[in-house]
Write a protein that binds this ligand. Structure first.
Ligand code: SPV
Ligand code: MG
Length: 558
């Protein structure tokens, strides 16, 4: 008898590998249990429930893959499934290796691979390739006993983990060949090095298995699969000295029942309302997937700065756009196939901005993009930008970008905004005169309101960030031309401290009845109070949409 690998770890004090744990379950004097799983998710559920091991059922894995239990899935496809199951869990997996996918040579390769992937053991049955499920038909042919013993020996000689187990499954009862054949084969397989034998039976009672247990000299542990004799009290197995019971396919069967009921109900009711209380929540799926661990890892490995949020002011109609805004606010106007707001949020997201809050007002139901939060300024007709910003005050926290909802800009403007130091930063276009030239003689836009900025230093085309920080000294449409350093793009950013200052000023303005005021008024008030507002200079590369002609510009801009 080959015993070299058996009990290899019993004298070691180091933690057991998965294979070591399975070996311990097989050799312990107690009756132990393993539960079927067929993919990473069901494997996790088995571990979560408290089972000490997993049965990677061939029937279940093949059914879950949509094929028959006739080796229609190749052994490497099974290996792929096993890898997910093993990665997802910390308890040992005993794999249903069918007939070993060929002869001794195929068995060697499978065992080596399974050891590499952290699989604890394999069970092979003494039938022929391609296998047939034991519960199908009668008189299935058995493998030659000596050939099968050689396959076991080849497997044992190939394992790279000394505690890896090979379980030899006896199909003598399944094939109608009786107890003596089962016992003869059990001895031959134990002699060849099998770490356990699995005595299989398809009777509705445990008679065959019990008879085997009475006659077996306990040379190696015995494993059973009570699928058909499920009514037998578990204590009978314990008393008979069975080592390991496999609950072989019950997660798959439970899943089929649940999926069929759910699918039929949704089809019937054409609604999710009825089924919702009866199914697992999406957050429960996240929890099974281990999202908490990812959050913690992000804390360890990502730069400490939280992803900035954004507040977008999109409450106004955009009267000058006429018919185009008859049924929608200007931020939802189509610009080359997508709403302006979708293009704006995409650009922000490209720069790492998350948690975007949009303040809606006019035709608010039209603002329904996925992945944004909305707050409503239902008094948009009577208020201005400060009134809208007040509605989103809760979102002005930590690092937060504030943007008008009718602008388009290249994402490097946001990058520049992020890089510029300061608790409150505004993006100022130093090439504001170029924009004036573009719009010269623009008769359709006689009352074009521009948010000019006066700054501590003028813009220079070769301006380097390191040269000197620039601060805002005033902002508004009425700044004397000789003081204008640029035009505010409609983009700003606050830090946690800046957000606090901004929120307090919004409160003050609302209390003073200044809800109609614009953001330039807000910034100018802060500057007047001595609050430092930093300027991030840019040179063009943005536009705002005020009238129909701008839409043509926007198409070119994209
Ligand atoms: C399996 O679960 O795939 C088995 C056990 O091999 S049985 O289906 O009972 O044969
Ligand atoms: Mg099977």
């Amino acid at each position: 008898m080959i015993t070299s690998n058996r009990d290899a770890r019993t004298t070691h004090s180091e933690p057991l590998t998965k294979a070591g744990k399975l070996r311990q379950m097989l050799t312990s004097p107690d009756l132990e249990f393993i539960m079927e799983a067929h993919n990473g998710l069901s494997a996790k559920i088995v571990e979560e429930a408290g089972f000490k091991g997993i049965w990677a059922s061939g029937l279940s894995m093949s059914a879950a893959l949509g094929v028959r239990d006739n080796n229609e899935a190749s052994w490497t496809q099974v290996l792929e499934v096993l890898e997910f199951m093993s990665d997802a869990t910390s308890i040992p997996i005993l794999v249903d290796g069918d007939t070993g996918w060929g002869n001794f040579n195929n068995m060697r390769r499978a065992v080596t691979k399974f050891c590499q992937r952290g699989i604890a053991g394999i069970c092979i049955e003494d039938k022929l390739f391609p296998k047939t499920n034991s519960f199908i038909g009668e008189g299935q042919p058995l493998a030659d006993m000596n050939e099968f013993a050689g396959k076991i020996k080849a497997g044992k000689d190939s394992q790279t983990d000394p505690d890896f187990s090979i379980v030899a499954r006896l199909e003598a009862f399944i094939a109608g060949r009786g107890l003596n054949e089962a016992l003869d084969r059990a001895h031959a397989y134990a002699e060849a090095g099998a770490d356990a034998v699995l005595c299989h039976s398809k009777l509705a009672t445990a008679d065959e298995v019990m008879e085997f247990m009475r006659q077996w000299d306990n040379r190696v542990p015995v494993v059973i699969v009570p699928t058909k004799y499920y009514a037998t009290p578990t204590d009978d197995f314990r008393k008979a000295g069975v080592s390991l019971a496999i609950w072989a396919n019950h997660n798959l069967r439970a899943a089929i029942t649940a999926m069929r009921e759910t699918t039929a109900r949704i089809l019937r009711e054409e609604s999710l309302a009825g089924i919702e209380p009866h199914i697992t929540t999406v957050s429960e799926i996240f929890s099974l997937q281990g999202n908490d661990e990812l959050r913690q890892a992000e804390g360890r490995y990502l730069p400490a700065r939280k992803a900035p949020g954004a507040v977008i002011l999109a409450a106004s109609r955009g009267q000058a756009l006429g018919e185009l805004t008859a049924d929608r606010p200007k931020c939802m106007i189509d610009v080359r196939g997508r709403p302006l707001l979708a293009r704006l949020t995409d650009t922000l997201k490209q720069s790492g901005v998350r948690d975007i809050t949009v303040v809606r007002g006019y035709a608010k139901q039209m603002i329904n993009l996925p992945g944004i939060r909305t707050v409503d300024n239902d008094f948009y007709e009577k208020t201005g930008e400060v009134g809208s910003l007040a509605c989103a005050k809760d979102a002005i926290q930590d690092d937060c970008v504030i943007a008008y909802g009718d602008i388009l800009f290249r994402h490097h403007l946001v990058d520049k905004l992020m890089e510029t130091a300061g608790d409150i930063v505004v993006v100022v276009d130093g090439q504001w005169q170029a924009r004036s030239e573009e719009h010269q003689g623009d008769a359709a836009q006689p009352d074009w309101v521009r948010d000019f900025a006066a700054c501590s230093l003028p813009f220079a085309a070769d301006f380097m960030d390191e040269d000197a920080p620039v601060t805002l000294t005033a902002m508004g449409p009425d700044i004397a031309e000789h003081r204008i350093a640029g035009e505010w793009v409609g983009l700003a950013r606050v830090t946690e401290k800046g957000a606090e200052i901004l929120r307090a000023e919004i409160d003050a303005m609302m209390a003073e009845g200044q809800s109609k005021a614009g953001l330039p008024d807000l910034f100018s008030r802060l500057v007047a109070k001595g609050v430092e507002i930093s300027v991030a200079y840019v040179a063009g590369q943005w536009m705002d949409i005020d009238q129909a002609a701008d839409l043509n510009q926007a198409k070119l801009f994209l």
